[in-house]
Design a binder for this molecule. Sequence first.
Ligand SMILES: [Mn+2]
Length: 427
Amino acid sequence: MNIEKNQIAQHNDTLLGKHQKQLSHLKNEWESVDIEKVIQKLVDFQIAIPSWALGTGGTRFGRFAINGGEPRNIEEKIEDVGLLHALNASSGAISLHIPWDIPQNPEQIKSLAASYGLKFDAVNSNTFQDQPGQALSYKFGSLQHVDKAVRKLAIEHNVEVIKQGIALGSESLTVWLADGSCFPGQLNFRKAFENTLNSLQEIYAALPANWKMFVEYKAYEPNFYSTTVGDWGQSLLYANKLGEQAYTLVDLGHHLPNANIEQIVALLLMEGKLGGFHFNDSKYGDDDLTTGSIKPYQLFLIFNELVEGMDARGMDHATSLGWMIDASHNVKDPLEDLLQSIEAIMIAYAQALLVDRKALTEAQQNNDVVACQEILQHTFRSDLRSIVAEARLRAGAALSPLNLYRNLGCRKSLIGERGQNTVATGL
Ligand SMILES: [Mn+2]
């Protein structure tokens, strides 16, 4: 389904009066800030949508395809991301998971994506499950495996994913490994690290010069005793040993409980080794919940460090890092969920842009702990939704994407086009 420009214009017309009142109130509140500059940064900021988030996700216990109208192939997944991008003008990229989504005709897929204003973000390899007919198993790991032949299979898969990405105009590879061990004594940690490093080096050698490799870490699951890229320190070790094109990727759900993710982000940025981001939210572990649904203050504090750290290095907020959602769950319409996640990310980014850096630095220098907290919480507690909406309006999108999605009956149309019992490839 396509959303027409006049449908967006009509929707915006009905909300415009109220929106303008809220925006002018906000501009008065923040008269010392260059709001125009903030709005432009919001317009430029794009978050990639993963191809596996467009269908209802599964859990270890089951999968409920409650919505119907799920995309049946890569073309329909691109159509769904195009729908999101038409609604919010902030979802201008798609991230493919190979082999869940293998483009048969890359040129055609690329031009289909371009017709919706979409680019291809990082491509993701998958050595955490065996594919049908696969000669050797990843049951005991892939790049870390004790058997060289299994490692070779996993390396070749990653090189193949790079090739697929090149054909689509992608410029980065994300490697997330399920490798690790479930029981003490199962692995020689040092050998597992060395095998993994050697394997990653072979993949790294296949990267085009303009590509980045993102090494994603995860504390536990599916292995529960050790993970071979278990935390940001281990990821940074690999990235440093691999070379300039390798970076650490932070997935918000991949830490032990209560980890200080904002501090991790600050130090990785300081080292020039933060490459990309996977947004989601969690209460306990890798829950893959809607971004900002559980810990919006943490999301803001992370963005606060991102903005401060990127500005310190003169980095372009929109293009220097890979921004992507990585979430998937059972109980919401996936497109509504993604609209909510994007909105939460844009709000947190806007809040971070408005932090009074000069006053904060001064308060830090004076050890004025109370003032430091006040400065951060002042922006966090301000309602900045109208500048995020203004950025959308200027980019030709909807003032209220979720309402428009519902009012137009988008899910109903998708069910009409695709049927009730469709299941997207993926988790
Ligand atoms: Mn991830």
